[in-house]
Design a protein around this ligand. Structure first.
Ligand code: ZN
Ligand code: ZN
Ligand code: ZN
Length: 759
């Protein structure tokens, strides 16, 4: 009995060798029919005996190609057509898209083997790739994902590549970015002015320059890196000075996990993460006395380490380098450079040479960052290798575009049960970053093939994205409170629904009372929240300026702790840069000039670091807190008290008693490591008491942890452990960042839930 069935597969099923796989399985089971890429998925029609059809679908579902991710498939019986063979037919553009574009994937072992095999025709060809690896998102112009819709369109295949491309049994069958030295892109080496340096071997030129201590701009998958020898102090300092990057840690690339293990504590989970095909930068605890320059990550507990992920990286990382600094090539607050001319002009004065190629990068994509904490991998920046793979939600929502926050920004489109997050955009402080924001919205609309009419944004009226939303007059605009968005983003990636207790411990976000929130206990569902408690307000003197100058926050907290005696304490701590600040401060605080109330935990971390003399000025957000975490290693008897009380139904956590006690301890010369440790312990105790109080009040036992402070591994691991011990179901971030990089997801799902239930 002969039957014919039609299947439509959706998910990541294009550009990942899905059609050749289907072709092979169909042939193995002697089925005729066809497979075709369409905007609504991969359509397969197969005809044959009932048993063969059953075997076919069983095999497709159970053993798809390595990079494929079938999110859904439909099947129906259709009329028998008596085809005599199984064919792969040309793509056509449908009306509505259900096809997901794959992220960029690290070069696979087979390609690597060919890269370093002299007889291979792609020997030392830095653009080698196949269906199982190579660029995807970063070379895409439109859908469906076919060569003519990528930046490879201008490289017609040579006859030999064409043969591989057409052969269903070849690893490069329909590998859209496939190329070889005859037909594909090529490298060149440019001087600091962008003039081509005449050479047969650009890679060797680059390596020689690196050995001399030069700064080299290297064009990668999603943008340019600036590279220097990571063991060369002078080169690292030169790069920092030229980039005006005082202290922010620089990522490094090492050849393999063995090299990574020489500089950092790399457990099995870190190894797996380093070697994963997404190849993120992995934060791993530093070892003492390594070869790496101390200027790479000063004051930090971790190195950000990654392994080579493009063929070019593998060619660069030879035995002459122990490690290279590989940091995004950009100016402060500007997005990563992608175009050759743009790079030469924007990196003037920074790069001594450029190692470039002529395959255009169409979508900017920074390196992703991840770490292992509480036994799980946690993404801290979701970009190359991960974006635009969707986060699958627990339910379907109408189409929503969420515009994200102001710093560490991403944008997100929700379509049905899939949330597509853009690569990391960064801080929206410069015109270039704002252009990148608009670029990211349009990329997401292209790849998700929708242009949502519902827009979610932050409640903060001054954010750039909020201003953009006000200009979108024919759209429905749904503002979402920042910390509610944090909690919902964590719920969304855990497919949670219904009421939870949410701990949003964060830098700063705009509250419904117009004050600066950031230490929030919420009782929330996807749609709405109640502020059940928060860290007791303190004044944030000078508003935004306090973020860069944590000593100001310290003074504010000392005033709370010591009243009129604060000056004497501040003097003993040598906290205030200039004498005249005392008078100014008194006035500012009394009259509350430009000094909003804040409940931010992140800013308290900053203040504690300032009190302990670790840091009075910061050069990047979170620096003081990261340094405090780095030294929180020494167990101690120091016990810091805190207050927890209820006022008008609101739970208030008072950390001023801790501030007073830790100041006393510091003045008694208790080691900073002990004080930092005690401060973390105190927060753990305070959070558990507060959460238990809320459980008694609400009967809820699911706790969601979100906000930038949970990037702090000591705090996250402690809280997860304590809460689980106390019988809570604890949910934290893994797939999307706990910092503001996850906000757009929370905004989108919150807006979706409101629309769905008719708000
Ligand atoms: Zn490959
Ligand atoms: Zn070729
Ligand atoms: Zn936040």
């Amino acid at each position: 009995m002969i039957k014919r069935k039609r299947y439509i597969f959706t998910g990541i099923v294009q550009g990942v060798g899905f059609r050749p796989f289907i072709h092979r399985v169909a042939k193995e089971h002697s089925l005729s029919g066809f497979v075709q890429n369409r905007s609504d998925g991969v359509v397969v029609e197969v005809e044959g005996s009932v048993e063969a059809l059953d075997d076919f679908i069983r095999e497709v579902i159970s053993r798809p190609p390595p990079l494929a991710d079938i999110s859904r498939f439909s099947q129906m019986e259709v009329d028998v057509l008596q085809d005599d063979e199984f064919r792969i037919i040309t793509s056509r553009k449908g009306d509505r898209g259900e096809v997901h574009i794959a992220p960029d994937i690290a070069v696979c072992d087979e390609c690597l083997h060919e890269l370093f095999s002299p007889p291979d025709r792609r020997y030392l060809y830095p653009f080698i790739n196949c269906t199982n690896c190579g660029p995807r998102l970063t070379i895409i112009r439109g859908v469906p994902y076919d060569r003519e819709n990528t930046s490879m369109a201008c490289f017609p295949l040579c006859p030999e590549c064409e043969r591989e491309y057409e052969n269903p049994h070849d690893r490069r069958f329909h590998a859209e970015p496939t190329a070889c030295p005859v037909c594909g892109p090529s490298l060149s080496f440019l001087d600091s002015e962008g003039n081509v340096v005449s050479t047969k071997n650009p890679v060797r030129e680059a390596k020689d320059a690196l050995l001399r201590g030069d700064v080299i701009a290297v064009k990668g998958l999603g943008g340019y890196h600036l590279a220097v020898d990571a063991t060369d102090d002078i080169a690292v300092i030169r790069l920092r000075n030229r980039k005006y990057r005082e202290a922010k840690p620089l990522a490094i690339m090492v050849k393999d996990v063995e090299h990574a293990s020489m500089i950092a504590h790399v457990g099995q989970k870190e190894k797996d993460l380093l070697l994963s095909r997404e190849r993120p930068i992995v934060l791993a605890k530093k070892k003492e006395n390594t070869k790496i320059s101390p200027h790479v990550a000063p004051g930090m507990a971790h190195f950000g380490i990654m392994l080579p992920y493009t063929p070019l990286h593998h060619m660069l990382m030879d035995e002459r380098f122990f490690a290279l600094v590989m940091t995004s090539a950009n100016h402060k607050d500007e997005p990563i450079c992608i175009a050759n001319r743009e790079a030469v002009s924007r990196l003037r004065g920074i790069a001594d040479f450029f190692l470039v190629h002529n395959r255009d990068i169409l979508v900017r994509c920074d390196d992703s960052i991840a770490m292992i904490a509480a036994g799980k991998s946690r993404v801290l920046r979701r970009s190359r290798g991960l974006s635009p793979k969707p986060v699958v939600l627990g339910e379907s929502y109408p189409e929503i575009l969420a515009l994200g926050p102001q710093i560490k920004s991403t944008v997100c489109i929700v379509k049905k049960d899939c949330a597509f997050l853009s690569p990391h955009i960064g801080d929206m402080e410069t015109p270039q970053a704002r252009d990148f924001f608009h670029e990211s919205v349009s990329v997401l609309q292209t790849i998700s093939e929708c242009a949502p009419k519902v827009i979610a944004c932050d409640l903060h009226p001054g954010y750039y994205s909020s201003r953009v939303s006000r200009g979108m007059s024919n759209h429905i605009i749904i503002p979402v409170q920042h910390h509610h968005a944090h909690v919902v983003s964590c719920m969304a990636e855990n497919a949670l629904s219904g009421k939870v207790i949410g701990l949003a411990m964060d830098g700063t976000g705009y509250g419904t009372d117009g004050q600066v929130w950031g230490g929030e206990f919420l009782v929330a569902d996807e749609r709405e929240f109640e502020r059940a408690g928060h860290i007791r307000y303190y004044l944030l003197p000078g508003g935004e300026a306090a973020i860069r100058e944590p000593w100001r926050i310290a003074v504010s907290l000392l005033q709370e702790a010591y009243g009129g005696a604060w000056r004497e304490v501040a003097e003993r701590l040598d906290l205030i840069p200039e004498k005249r600040h005392y008078e100014i401060f008194d006035r500012v605080m009394k009259l509350k000039i430009n000094s909003p109330y804040a409940s931010s935990l992140g800013r308290i971390f900053d203040a504690v670091a300032a009190i302990m003399g670790l840091r009075r000025h910061v050069s990047f957000e979170g620096q003081a807190a990261m340094e405090l975490e780095a030294i929180a290693v020494k167990d101690t008897d120091v016990d810091l008290p805190f207050g927890l009380f209820e006022k008008e139904g609101l739970l208030l956590l008072d950390l001023i008693p801790s501030i007073r006690e830790l100041t006393e301890a510091f003045l008694r010369r208790v080691p900073a490591e002990e004080i930092a440790f005690a401060f973390h312990q105190t927060l753990r105790r305070a959070f558990i008491v507060a959460t238990e109080t809320l459980r008694e009040k609400t009967g809820l036992h699911r706790v969601v942890l979100s906000g930038g402070c949970f990037q702090n591994r000591v705090l996250l691991e402690g809280c997860v452990m304590d809460l689980e011990d106390a019988g809570f179901e604890v949910y934290s971030h893994s797939l999307v960042p706990t910092n503001d990089g996850g906000i757009s997801l929370g905004q989108a799902v919150c807006a979706g839930a409101r629309i769905k239930r008719g708000v």
